[in-house]
Design a protein around this ligand. Structure first.
Ligand SMILES: [Mg+2]
Length: 172
């Protein structure tokens, strides 16, 4: 459909901020990344120490040229938007400033607060989502969307997974 957007996840697709966050969490002594309570404790810590997000977002690097590909998609006037989970309002501020001022990305950005699913913020309605979380993709597809799992370590794209955003440049 003409008005369809392609939605792109931020952490783990555009930037390697997820790795930066896990590194920060680990160094603070929260070393079990399978323990949900540890994440809750770490995110609570970041509300008291918001500068954690400055480091996590600003020091993060583009994954497989995602930032550069998004800028190209914008130049080609492709309908893309970023759909990203946030844990604190400060993280939301750092993310939007980083995208607009440091990465020169101007597309719409939709933020998903804790406890809410991506498909509740945007009604999928056959639109495409690219996300490194299989859970997010499963939820999106179950609610009427199309999706690809982003996995930067793949050697090539498959029917359900993509290793980069490059394929978006080749579509009409
Ligand atoms: Mg992600």
């Amino acid at each position: 459909m003409m008005n369809d957007y392609t939605f792109i996840d931020f952490d783990g697709v555009v930037l390697d901020s997820e790795e930066k966050m896990l590194e920060r969490k680990y160094n603070l002594g929260f070393r079990d990344h399978n323990n949900k309570t540890e994440f809750d404790a770490y995110f609570e810590y970041t509300t008291l120490h918001p500068e954690e997000w400055d480091y996590i977002i600003r020091e993060a690097c583009s994954i497989n040229d995602s930032v550069e590909i998004i800028r190209n998609l914008e130049m080609l006037k492709k309908k893309i938007a970023i759909l990203t989970k946030i844990h604190t309002l400060y993280e939301m501020k750092v993310k939007i400033e980083d995208l607009r001022l440091h990465r020169n990305i101007q597309c719409p950005v939709f933020f998903v607060p804790p406890g809410i699913k991506k498909h509740q913020i945007v009604i999928p309605n056959n639109q495409l989502l690219i996300d490194d979380s299989t859970k997010n993709i499963d939820g999106w597809i179950a609610n009427g969307g199309r999706g690809f799992v982003f996995d930067s370590s793949l050697s090539e794209d498959t029917d359900t997974k993509v290793k980069s955003l490059e394929f978006l440049l080749k579509r009409d």
